[in-house]
Write a protein of this length. Structure first.
Length: 396
C-alpha cells in the first residue's frame, strides 16, 4: 500500500470515529442557555424594530463576524459584466439561457465569477430569481440537460415563472483545505488571511452571491428585489450568512445546513463545533476553533443568524435520515428567532412540535419542511421552496 493510501485510510478512520462519537439520542441532550436575542452586550433591552435594526442587529452581525464566519470586505475597485452566451430558445423554447462573466478587480488583480442564468420566456415582466450557491461543480448545472440532476431542476423552476441562476463556488473559494484561498482571498483580500476574524470560504461564497445580485440589478429580465438565495449543506450555511450580510436578499433558504448553519450549536446532537472546525477549518475564521467543546462561551448561537434575516423571508428544510444535521436543532432556531420577526408586526407563533415528515409548515416570512430520505437537495425540496416563495411574494 502506498503512503498516500495509508494516509487516506487513517483519515477515513479518524472521521469515522468522530462520527460515532456524536450524540444521536434525544435523552442525552444536555440543558443549555442561549444568548439573549433582544438584549445588547451592555444590557439594553431591545423593544422595537428600529432598535433592533440600529443597535442590536449590527452588534449581532459583528459577533458572528468576529467569532464564526469572519468579516466580509465590501470594497473593490470595479465590477464588470461580460455576457459570453445568450440563447433564447432552450428547454423546448421555454427559456433564455445566459452565461455572464462577473469580473471584480481590486489593486490591479481580478477574480471572475461564471454565472449561469435561465429566464422564463413566457413571463414578460422582470421575474424573481432563485440563486444557487453550488458546491457540486458546473456539470450539475449542465445547460444541455445531458446530466439532469434534481439539485438543479431548471425546467420546474422555469415553469413556475422564476429565473434560476447559479455559480460554482470554486470561482471565489475552492472547497478544499489547501486551495480555498487561491482565488478571492489571495487575489483581492490577502490581508484577511492574517486575521483571526478574517473571511474564509463560507464568507467568500456569500460574497460571490452578492456580486451576482449586483449583476441582477443591471438585467431588466430579473427582479433584483425578489432574489431567493438557496444553498444545500455547506451552501446552506453560506446562504444564511449571505442573507445576514446582504439585505437585498429577499429570502434565504437553508437546505440541511446543520451545524454552523441553522442548527443550535449548544445542542449536543449530531455534528458539533469541534467536528466541523476539525474537518473544515477553512470554512470559518480562526477564532471559531476556540469554541470546540466550548459552545457555551459562544457569544452567539444560530437562532441569532436566523434573526438577522428579519423582516425578510427565511426557510429551513431537513431530511428525516439526516441526523448529523439535527433536524430538531434547526427547527428550534426558527422558534427562538421569532421575537425579532414579531418586532416587525408578524405575530409568529410556530408550534413547538416540528412538522411531520412530508408536510410543509410556514408562517410568512418563516417556513420549513422535513422530507423522507437522506442528505441531499431533491425535486421535492424545490417544490416546497417554490410554494413558499409564491406565498411570500404574494403577501409582500
Amino acid at each position: 500500500m502506498t503512503s498516500k493510501k495509508i494516509l487516506l485510510s487513517l483519515l477515513l478512520l479518524v472521521f469515522a470515529i468522530a462520527l460515532k462519537s456524536q450524540n444521536y439520542e434525544e435523552s442525552n441532550v444536555q440543558p443549555y442557555t442561549l444568548p439573549e436575542l433582544l438584549k445588547t452586550e451592555s444590557g439594553q433591552v431591545i423593544a422595537t424594530a428600529d432598535e433592533w435594526m440600529q443597535i442590536r442587529r449590527p452588534e449581532v452581525l459583528r459577533l458572528f463576524e468576529d467569532n464564526v464566519y469572519g468579516q466580509v470586505p465590501k470594497s473593490f475597485d470595479a465590477i464588470y459584466f461580460k455576457k459570453t452566451r445568450e440563447e433564447k430558445n432552450v428547454l423546448n423554447g421555454k427559456a433564455t439561457v445566459k452565461e455572464v462573466n462577473i469580473i471584480v478587480t481590486r489593486n490591479i488583480k481580478q477574480v471572475t465569477i461564471h454565472l449561469l442564468l435561465f429566464v422564463p420566456n413566457k413571463v414578460k415582466k422582470p421575474v424573481p430569481a432563485f440563486l444557487v450557491i453550488n458546491h457540486r461543480g458546473m456539470e450539475t448545472m449542465d445547460v444541455t440537460r445531458g446530466n439532469k440532476d434534481d439539485f438543479w431542476p431548471v425546467e420546474q423552476v422555469i415553469d413556475a415563472g422564476y429565473a434560476l441562476a447559479g455559480f460554482d463556488v470554486k470561482d471565489v473559494a475552492p472547497d478544499d483545505k489547501e486551495r480555498f484561498a487561491d482565488e478571492l482571498l489571495q487575489k483581492l483580500y490577502p490581508d484577511q488571511l492574517a486575521m483571526n476574524n478574517g473571511m474564509r470560504a463560507l464568507g467568500a461564497w456569500g460574497w460571490g452571491a452578492s456580486r451576482i445580485i449586483d449583476y441582477f440589478e443591471t438585467d431588466p429580465a430579473v427582479d433584483a428585489g425578489k432574489v431567493v438565495v438557496v444553498g444545500h449543506s455547506r451552501g446552506g450555511k453560506a446562504a444564511l450568512w449571505c442573507g445576514a450580510q446582504d439585505q437585498r436578499v429577499a429570502v434565504a433558504i437553508s437546505n440541511e445546513s446543520g451545524n454552523s448553519g441553522a442548527k443550535i450549536s449548544r445542542r449536543n446532537f449530531g455534528e458539533s463545533v469541534e467536528a466541523i472546525t476539525k474537518n473544515f477549518p477553512y470554512w470559518f475564521c480562526k477564532n471559531y476553533q476556540q469554541y470546540a467543546n466550548n459552545e457555551d462561551k459562544l457569544p452567539v448561537d444560530q437562532h441569532m443568524l436566523i434573526a438577522l434575516q428579519a423582516p425578510r423571508g427565511v426557510y429551513v428544510s431537513a431530511a428525516e435520515e439526516d441526523r448529523w444535521a439535527d433536524n430538531k436543532g434547526q427547527y428550534l432556531s426558527l422558534i427562538e428567532a421569532q421575537p425579532v420577526f414579531n418586532l416587525y408586526g408578524f405575530n409568529l407563533n410556530l408550534p413547538l412540535q416540528m412538522p411531520s415528515v412530508g408536510n410543509q409548515l410556514f408562517e410568512i416570512p418563516m417556513g420549513c419542511h422535513i422530507r423522507e430520505g437522506k442528505h441531499d437537495m431533491t425535486l421535492y425540496d424545490w417544490q416546497q421552496f417554490i410554494r413558499f416563495a409564491n406565498t411570500f411574494f404574494q403577501k409582500k
